[in-house]
Design a protein around this ligand. Structure first.
Ligand SMILES: *Cc1c(COP(=O)(O)O)cnc(C)c1O
Length: 392
């Protein structure tokens, strides 16, 4: 059998549907709630929160995002390799060994000290690129922040401004909480630093502080604009993951749904141990479905209390403890369930919904952890032609 005909015959029993059209719509929704002219940087670190970094970055670039944010040089390199031309901000400040590849690929570096700036400037000067390396300075405004100490900020901005091989492009902080009062205090501290930089003639064009949870908070969003923010860094909301529970006037659509297929059905009599988990026994006759998804595929299954799945549009409980690669679901209330049936771990099915946020709540994990899946879960991209999103 040829490789191609084998591929056509594959019948995955666990996969993630990723709707890149929904991603584009979420970007539009976000833009609609921001002041006109506010730049949006899409956060695609951690392989785009498990959605696939290159595919998501290409879809966001296509939808007109202003820039992208990655964790490190490796992720930035992966985006340049698939043709991302928008600015790519790397959150981790570069180690000396990483300065040259950052410069060579035109990535935007985060800098938090004069020493980092000097090393980057040296590497940039030795690199054969036409344009200076764009730099964003990260400043700490919360407790034990990861950025430059506020007292050193002006000297750092001046050092970057003086280096011909660097271009001072941005100034940012990351709020340590989305809670209104603490967030507002942190924003005010950041605002004072922005004003100082402005007075010294050292204010770069991009000033940013807000990410998803703060963007969901109107008081913080208004304050950010007032202190001179010109950009936001957004991850979770673009993936349709709300960081704070409660109503929102702006609907975001989940981008990912995780699905599997029933492999086998078994009837458990009262007193029977649950196969593969003798710690729990059936109290009544139970129709159990074996579903090939476990905590190696979706880590929240390790922490889930009152877990459930969707089968034929019904929410059914998970029996006992999910294992590494499988779990059992109680499908007693769905008598027509069959092997081969599609099961939804999170997402929607026939009008029923099991949102990732609900699983986050039941497992005590942040919503952004729910789509971080194991390597077995194949990603199926919707709406953008397959050829364009083939994994690279
Ligand atoms: C992850 C991250 C973000 C995005 O956070 P969301 O809450 O997912 O929007 C923004 N800024 C920094 C510095 C981050 O590390």
């Amino acid at each position: 059998m040829t490789r191609a005909s084998l591929d056509r015959r594959r019948f995955p029993t666990v996969w993630a549907d990723i709707d890149l059209h929904a991603l584009g719509r979420n970007l539009t929704t976000l833009r609609r709630r921001l002041p006109v002219g506010m730049a949006v940087y899409g956060v695609v670190k951690a392989d785009a929160y498990g959605h696939g970094g290159p595919a998501v970055a290409r879809a966001l670039q296509h939808a007109g995002v202003d820039g992208l944010v990655v964790a490190d040089l490796e992720e930035g390199t992966a985006l340049r390799r698939v043709g991302i031309e928008r600015p790519v901000l790397v959150l981790d400040p570069p180690l000396p060994q990483q300065a040259a590849p950052i410069a060579a690929q035109g990535l935007t570096a985060t800098v938090t000290s004069i020493k980092e700036a000097d090393i980057l400037a040296g590497a940039a000067a030795r690199t054969d690129t036409a344009a200076p390396v764009p730099v964003h300075v990260r400043v700490g405004t919360g407790s034990g922040g990861l950025g430059a100490p506020p007292g050193l900020l002006l000297d750092l901005l001046a050092a970057i401004d003086r280096a011909p091989a660097l271009r001072l492009a941005g100034l940012y902080t990351h709020l340590s909480g989305s809670e209104s009062m603490a967030g507002l205090r942190e924003l005010e501290r950041f605002g004072a630093l922005v004003a100082q930089a402005d007075a010294a003639g050292l204010l770069p064009p991009l000033v940013h502080a807000l990410s998803s949870s703060a963007l969901d908070n109107p008081a913080l969003a208004a304050a950010a604009q007032r202190i001179g923010c010109t950009a936001v860094r957004c991850g979770s909301l673009l993936y349709g993951l709300r960081a704070v529970p409660g109503p929102t006037p702006f609907p975001y659509t989940p981008v990912m749904a995780v699905k599997a297929r029933i492999i086998r059905l078994a009837t458990l009599e009262p007193g029977d141990g649950i196969p593969e988990d003798a710690t729990l026994s059936a109290g009544r006759q139970t129709r159990a479905a074996l579903v090939p998804i476990g905590y190696a595929d979706a880590q929240h299954l390790l922490h889930l209390a009152n877990g459930s799945l969707l089968v034929r549009g019904h929410e059914v409980p998970i029996l006992g403890t999910p294992l590494m690669s499988s779990l059992l679901a109680d499908v007693s209330t769905v008598p027509d369930a069959q092997p081969g049936d599609e099961v939804v771990l999170f997402g929607t099915q026939e009008g029923a919904a099991l949102p990732a946020e609900a699983l986050a709540e039941r497992s005590g994990l942040p919503p952004s952890a729910i789509p971080l899946l194991g390597p077995r879960v194949a990603r199926h991209y919707r709406t953008i032609p397959r050829a364009e999103t083939a994994p690279v």
